[in-house]
Ligand binder design. Sequence first.
Ligand code: XMP
Length: 527
Amino acid sequence: MADNLTEATSPATPRSPRAAIVVIDFGSQYSMLIARRIRELNTYCEVVSYNATAAELDHLDIRGFILSGGPNSVYDEGAPHAAEWVFTSGLPILGICYGMQLLAEQLGGKVGPGREREFGPATIAASQNVPLLADLPSELDVWMSHGDRIEELPPGFSSVAVSENSPVAIMADIPRGYYGLQFHPEVVHTPRGKELIANYVHGVCGAEANWTPGNFVQEAISSIRAQVGTGRIICGLSGGVDSAVAATLVHRAIGDRLTCIFVDNGLLRAGEAEDVVNTFERNLQMNLRHIDASKLFMSGLVEVTNPETKRIRIGNTFIEVFEAEAKKIEGAHFLCQGTLYPDVIESASHGAGSARIKSHHNVGGLPERMELELVEPLRFLFKDEVRRIGAELGLSDEILWRQPFPGPGLAVRIIGEVTEEKVSVLQAADSIFLEEVHAAGLYRDLWQSFAVLTDSRTVGVMGDFRTYGNAIVLRAVVAEDAMTADWARLPYELLARVSNRIVNEVQAVNRVAYDITSKPPGTIEWE
Ligand code: XMP
């Protein structure tokens, strides 16, 4: 597990103390979800490793802790425990599943293996009206998860709710503000879980709901100014939401001392390069260098058919072009990146210590080589928060809700060698698909929707002529994140309209197929 989550803090971290809840992570898949739920309540929350020290968190005004679940049993040898300073802080603690067993064991109770493991839906009945359950009914549907049971409650605690199989579904020591839950309040299968979390955060811990987009923007602007002084910042724009919001924040903070570089690799969706220029240069009045490097990218792709070789060639050309342009910007010592909180946690938990550079920003190695200091104003934000902050900054829905797009662009959606002609064919087919998805009001419901140009040619008939054209595949998926995805059940009428239009309007194409593979076993992209 992570041993340096909090060391990953960059100088751009908002420093002003604000009410915060700290989730102490014992290896649960849900720790991030707990943090998101709390942030949705407009209270700030950070996830730290179980062995974080108090000193590492002194930038926060901590109002309470949550001990997460975890894969271990508290009585396992070497099982992680909560640090002593958490208990001596005098602050409230909420233990969830493993976290509850830890509370029980570390405070003098006894935990042992349960006769039966209990996972899944259950109903709990409260026997006492405790602050944690304020305004909630005495019976609650919850998502249970436990293999161990509390054999003896620690001194000061009592059981305040039971389920059919669990005599201690909730335990409480009200004066100290200590609570333990045998179930997961953060998952959607606990329908009133968010209210329970709100009772803990706002009621038991007394943490204010002051984590709002407006407050964040003010703090981020101050900390960017403090970090860069009178310096200049470079930012790579990709057209995606993260770099757009990061650049807009930096622009608010330092105005013309920000220069954005937009490398057009010639592998973008139809009209995308113009959109980026219109938005950032014309509307937002940013200093934008638009480099049309499509010829250079294309020349690096001649006769390349292997997907990984395509990625490497494109990545290298990107760095070459970006670096050459960045060098022209005199006095720029800072590089702005749209790194998000999940990347920070992920890279810290792999022991990297600082955020992994997202592959689609493609500037790996550049900060060190050019001795640029990173400015990462979004490194404590989740994606939904980035969108809220983007809206606060006045960015359009079109930018904020744009579907993800891979760094290597259409090159990984053209099977076989990439040529300018194939890029044009794919752009045309893809824009028809996107136009119709928008018109059907489905764009935001889909994680991604795009066309793929296969290297298969098929026989067809149009009027009195036989044709021998290219086959296009449509791909649309729904997903929570890109780790898994399901193919979207698009309406037949929509698919019919798209197929008709593509075959009629895109000359080289005479066949359209729809990809009905989920991930796994498929991937979202074809290459
Ligand atoms: P796959 O195809 O692996 O994609 O299911 C998962 C997500 O990652 C995006 N993707 C990439 N993004 N560089 C990127 O920046 C890449 O090389 C790359 N390959 C895939 C893909 O669009 C999806 O959102």
